[in-house]
Design a protein. Structure first.
Length: 368
């Protein structure tokens, strides 16, 4: 696996970045940014939510979500659809929960090994248990359900004494193949923690944290990479107060974290955000904003600290929720989002040209 390449900062680069941020601050035309948009499925279940997306091989995608009668109902199952470049396949029910609700699938394609599908099963988010399935054919067929490993740490005792895996957003893969999973618990207030997965990403898990005190109230970490050696990282978390998301920085690869701060971006809903660091070093944040999560929006940063709301209305429909985005960069340099559309009635897939976000002035960078 190759590393991110980051720009060498000089006076000329600083001037270029300033000009780029100034242009973005004026707003980007949505039609210039969106390459394509479609529904993963046009008509499906009464309720669908918490979509996730992964590139399984160049030009091929897999998406997953949970759906059923209503959130938390026993018929809520995990579904997967694949796209070989010609369109999304008919959704396949991967797990019905065996009488319990399924929750928050997370797809991830590591550099080596099969496609991973992490998800949760349980009455609710206070006592669900973590599971994983694998696919060797890009998401068309799946292994049996596998429970994530047990731990003696009392922190996870409410979750069957087991690891729960990435709680909403994709893991971060380190150069050595280790996965850093952003996770959290809600049985005793909102608390974020990390789980390191190694080997087959199923049997070898390590707990890091919790990294937040109970009273802070943060969940669902999303990662930014700030240095090519992956030692400098930033997480952005949903906050229980409903106010600004919280962010923290690590300079030792995620072992320890600095003080929590408000994200420097006004108007962000704390409901289900996601972030990605692109191969050229630019950072993107997908999130909801406005009354009752009315708008899906996209923000840009070149340093992980200062943010500009580049596309404040990427999607909207009356006062219906647009939320829980999942965002990735694919091998062709395009950015893909899936999210819950119009009050959790459909799953939408949007392709973004990141070059249009920066007016072609993004920092110079190389391949990972």
């Amino acid at each position: 696996m190759k590393l991110f390449s980051f720009p060498v900062v000089c006076v000329l680069c600083a001037m270029c970045l300033f000009m780029t941020m100034t242009e973005i601050a004026r707003g980007v035309d949505r039609d210039e940014v969106v390459v394509s948009e479609e529904f993963v499925v046009e008509v499906f279940r009464p309720f669908v939510h918490s979509a996730t997306i992964a590139e399984t091989r160049p030009g091929e995608l897999a998406a997953a979500w949970y759906g059923g009668s209503a959130e938390g109902d026993p018929d809520v199952s995990i579904y997967v659809s694949v796209n070989d470049g010609t369109g999304w396949s008919k959704p396949v029910q991967v797990d019905d929960g065996a009488g319990f609700a399924c929750w928050n699938p997370v797809l991830f394609q590591p550099s080596a090994g099969p496609l991973l599908l992490y998800y949760k099963i349980g009455y609710n988010w206070k006592n669900w248990k973590g599971y994983v399935r694998t696919s060797t054919d890009g998401g068309k067929t799946w292994s049996e359900r596998i429970r994530l490993p047990k731990t003696d740490d009392p922190y996870l005792s409410s979750y069957g004494g087991g690891f729960v895996g990435p709680i909403k957003n994709k893991p971060l893969e380190f150069p050595d193949g280790t996965l850093l999973c952003g996770s959290s618990t809600e049985d005793n207030g909102w608390r974020a923690h990390l789980e390191r997965a190694r080997g087959d990403y199923i049997t070898d898990f390590e707990l890091v944290g919790p990294i937040s005190p109970t009273e802070l109230g943060v969940i669902q970490p999303a990662f930014l990479v700030l240095s090519p050696d992956y030692m400098s990282l930033r997480i952005i978390c949903r906050h229980q107060s409903g106010g600004s998301p919280k962010t923290s920085r690590s300079d030792d690869g995620g072992e320890t974290w600095g003080p929590w701060e408000d994200l420097a971006l006004a108007g962000v809903s704390t409901a289900g955000l996601d972030a990605v660091t692109l191969k050229n070093g630019m950072h993107l944040l997908a999130y909801s904003r406005g009354f009752k999560r009315r708008f899906l929006a996209l923000a840009v940063s070149f340093d992980g600290e200062t943010w500009i709301e580049a596309v404040p209305e990427l999607d909207s429909r009356l006062f219906l929720k647009m939320d829980y985005p999942s965002i990735i960069e694919t091998s062709d340099g395009m950015v893909h989002l899936v999210y819950s559309w119009a009050g959790h009635s459909k799953i939408k897939h949007v392709v973004i040209d990141p070059g249009a976000l920066s007016g072609g002035n993004a920092p110079e960078g190389g391949d990972r």
